[in-house]
Design a protein around this ligand. Structure first.
Ligand code: PHE
Length: 457
């Protein structure tokens, strides 16, 4: 088959792994995970997060990469192709549509938060963190996010970088960047975590993070943990399906998925270990929401020697980690339009990215002019949630689990066992049977029971 666009294929297994880990490791690990854990009681959330990520998100990750590699196109067209081959109902194309629309929505708010990270590079470089107290750090954060023009400026820069890379074609641009930058981020984070162990709040933080208090487990906690697992591992938005479509036939999907999920979880835990000791050392609230990372870490950077450079490096790498995730959100949408509209990729990337920019304005305003605007309150829903909260909550706690559920049902029940065995290159392997069991029973029942519990409670 000839395509009107440049071939889309990873140059090696390593390139795929770095791109996929680049997608998984992002704001979800360093910004979202700590504040969600903080809002949901710490240990209870983290333990459930680890269990549900390995038991639910990981099996779905395997099936998502597999479906992508079977279809070799954007998620929407991959699903069209698979339902034709397997004579399944059109209903299942919902997996492609839900993921693609979800990716677009997440990209719209993700680039706003990515812009925060970029802004903090500037703040670090200009020495703005020097000698900062917790009150000053909180004030600095709030002064920034309450200025819509400033937030929009950094959102624009972040999206421009993302568009630029996707426009150049994924294989050429990001492959080399992620190979270099992801390990660097990891080392810096380890360094931050080691520094955190020397602060007085370390003990309290470890108890907060790892003590499992059963009475703190509510359906909400479980739903948030599952949602965070999906978000963090990048499943159910078509990102991994798209990356799987560019993957060589010989690569083991099972092994790759484990590497991706374990690396991702490790980075999230490291982020928690770097952040919570500072929260407790400086008397901050672990439940202080989206500002958590941006308020706690600057205090450390303002105290330690060389904090200007370390702080700038850290926020730069956080921005890079966010950009490598944003790329994987833009790519599924661009790949899809590219298959239908035959104009150069650079224009398509610009158009789709531009639309995400417009869609992101609601999020920009959520922290200032629209801070008291609760869009669904009139319907009696999510009465205390801003536009940003609503987008974030619905994508990670409703769209992603639903698409993930459909994916596990499709790969577990609609595809024949032999087709899946063949696609994974796992004939007669024990892990194949475990995976299939998790996909057919554990993942769907887990997601469904949480939905039911949430409706009932
Ligand atoms: N996994 C990314 C993060 O943790 C976010 C993401 C979700 C990216 C879904 C792509 C698809 O920040």
């Amino acid at each position: 088959m000839t395509t009107p666009f440049a071939p889309r294929q990873w140059s090696s297994r390593f390139a795929f792994l770095m791109a996929a880990i680049g997608s998984a490791v992002g704001l979800g690990n360093i910004w979202r995970f700590p504040y969600l854990a903080g809002e949901n009681g710490g240990g209870a959330f983290i333990v459930i997060y680890a269990i549900t990520t390995m038991g639910i998100a990981l099996p779905i990750l395997v099936s998502e990469i597999m479906l992508g590699r079977m279809g070799r196109q954007s998620p929407i067209n991959t699903m069209r192709k698979l339902i034709a081959e397997n004579r399944a109902a059109r209903f299942w194309t919902l997996i492609g549509w839900g993921g693609t629309v979800g990716a677009f929505i997440v990209l719209s708010y993700y680039s706003v938060i990515g812009g925060w990270a970029l802004k903090y590079v500037e703040l670090a470089l200009t020495g703005a963190f020097a000698g900062e107290t917790n009150a000053a750090a909180a004030e600095q954060f709030s002064a920034f996010v309450t200025d819509p023009y400033s937030v929009a400026l950094w959102q624009t820069l972040f999206l421009a970088a993302t568009i630029f890379i996707v426009a150049a074609g994924v294989t050429s641009g990001i492959e080399r960047a992620v190979v270099l930058l992801m390990p660097l981020l990891f080392f810096l984070l380890v360094g931050m975590a080691i520094y955190a162990t020397t602060t007085p709040g370390f003990g309290e933080a470890m108890i907060f993070m790892f003590a499992f208090e059963f009475h703190e487990v509510t359906p909400d906690t479980i739903l948030a943990a599952i949602g965070q697992g999906f978000f963090s591992v990048s499943v159910a938005l078509g990102a991994m399906m798209t990356y799987g479509a560019y993957l060589d036939k010989d690569v083991s999907i099972g092994r790759s998925a484990i590497v991706i999920a374990v690396a991702d979880t490790l980075v999230a835990l490291l982020a928690g270990i770097a952040i919570f000791p500072l929260v407790f050392s400086y008397g901050l609230e672990p439940s202080s929401g989206p500002g958590l990372t941006f308020i706690t870490l600057p205090i450390a950077f303002g105290t330690i020697g060389g904090g200007v450079l370390i702080g700038a490096a850290f926020f730069l790498l956080l921005s890079v980690a966010a950009i490598t995730s944003a790329i994987s959100l833009l790519e599924p949408v661009v790949a899809w339009v590219e298959e239908g509209i035959h104009i150069p990729r650079k224009w398509l990337a610009l158009i789709v990215g531009g639309a995400a920019w417009v869609a992101g304005i609601g999020t920009v305003l959520s922290f200032n002019l629209w801070a008291d605007f609760h869009p669904l309150a009139g319907l009696g829903l999510m009465a205390d949630k801003t536009v940003f909260d609503v987008l974030d909550f619905t994508t990670s706690n409703i769209v992603m689990p639903t698409v993930g559920l459909l994916m596990s049902l499709f790969a577990g029940w609609v595809l024949s066992s032999s087709a899946a065995e063949e696609a994974l290159g796992a004939r007669g392997k024990l892990w194949f049977r475990l995976w299939r069991f998790a996909l057919r029973y554990v993942a769907p029942l887990g997601v469904m029971s949480i939905f039911v519990a949430n409706v009932l409670m």
